[in-house]
Design a protein around this ligand. Structure first.
Ligand code: ZN
Length: 306
């Protein structure tokens, strides 16, 4: 089976400022982990820019204008306490969202069945009208909206980043064509993601308390996340792949390890094989320990491409 890897050099140049945890070294670590014989069959593709029409399926035109206007010519532009742009950030954000849209096109056209988007900035905190939490555009949401525009009726997004994807939830809150299912630590930034936030029955939140173990993560996936995805019978499975629930991560307090990312990925691939012709697109979100990122992305992408 053919698998694709989308990335772009602008995603390595985007900087949120010196010392910021969402650093270029993160993507460098992911790409180093993939520079291995085991991943030789991944076809490397330069991510195209998302078009304005693609962005506007998930975002207000005013946000697209705001991010474009905020891009600095030099130095940094601070959008909020933890979200900033450097001169390469707009290009990186366009390529990140464009990567997911291109992956959707490739899978729907049948030229591959798995894709990983090694991109930054991350996206899942960007709401319909606001860039926040290190995120400018919501790449996975833009991709899911693109898949619906291409004629799919059911797209599932599973988000195992340790933070709740408030942006993705916001964008698809009343859209029954998208299932958004998230496990995350709570309480933690951004403060959303309670189990009673259910949208029109298409939102599934499974919060975990700080210090939860790998066992607790797998249990909540088996009891809540995976059955919800299975019942939804998605025609495409998308993953907001953050690796900050890893025990080494400095920004959160869950205790997952690389084998957990292998496990959840296999479970999602199994569901995709049953309902979605095997189609799975995963895109990098958070993860702030470089060691954890290297071993977790190797485990995740290894399971993704089988
Ligand atoms: Zn995160």
């Amino acid at each position: 089976m053919h698998s694709l890897l989308y990335t772009h050099s602008a995603c390595l140049r985007h900087s949120a400022g010196p010392g910021h945890p969402e650093s270029p070294a993160r993507l460098q670590a992911v790409l180093e982990a993939l520079d291995h014989d085991r991943f030789a069959m991944l076809e490397r593709i330069e991510a195209p820019r998302a078009t304005r029409a693609q962005l506007e399926r998930a975002h207000d035109p005013a946000l697209v204008d705001f991010v474009a206007a905020a891009a600095p010519v030099e130095g940094y532009a601070q959008l909020d306490a933890d979200t900033a742009m450097s001169p390469d950030s707009l290009e990186a954000a366009l390529r990140a969202a464009g990567a997911v849209c291109a992956a959707v096109d490739a899978l729907l056209d049948g030229s591959a069945s798995r894709a990983f988007c090694a991109v930054r900035p991350p996206g899942h905190h960007a709401t319909r009208d606001m860039a926040m939490g290190f995120c400018l555009f919501n790449s996975v949401a833009v991709g899911a909206a693109h898949a619906l525009a291409r004629g799919l009726e059911r797209v599932a997004i599973v988000d195992f980043d340790v933070h709740h994807g408030n942006g993705t939830q916001d964008i698809f809150w009343d859209n029954a064509g998208v299932l958004y299912a998230s496990t995350h630590q709570a309480p933690l930034y951004p403060g959303t993601g309670a189990a009673n936030e259910i949208g029109v029955g298409n939102i599934v939140n499974a919060p975990l308390p700080a210090a939860s173990s790998s066992f607790a993560f797998r249990e909540i996936c088996r009891d809540i996340i995976l059955p919800a995805v299975e019942r939804f019978r998605p025609q495409l499975v998308m993953i907001s792949a953050g690796f900050d629930a890893h025990y080494l991560d400095p920004l959160a307090n869950l205790n997952l390890g690389a084998p957990d990312y292998d496990w959840i990925t296999r479970e999602l691939v199994d569901i995709a094989r049953k309902h979605a012709q095997g189609r799975v697109i995963s895109s990098l979100e958070g993860g702030y320990s470089l060691t954890a990122l290297r071993e977790s992305t190797a485990a995740h992408i290894g399971a993704l491409i089988g």
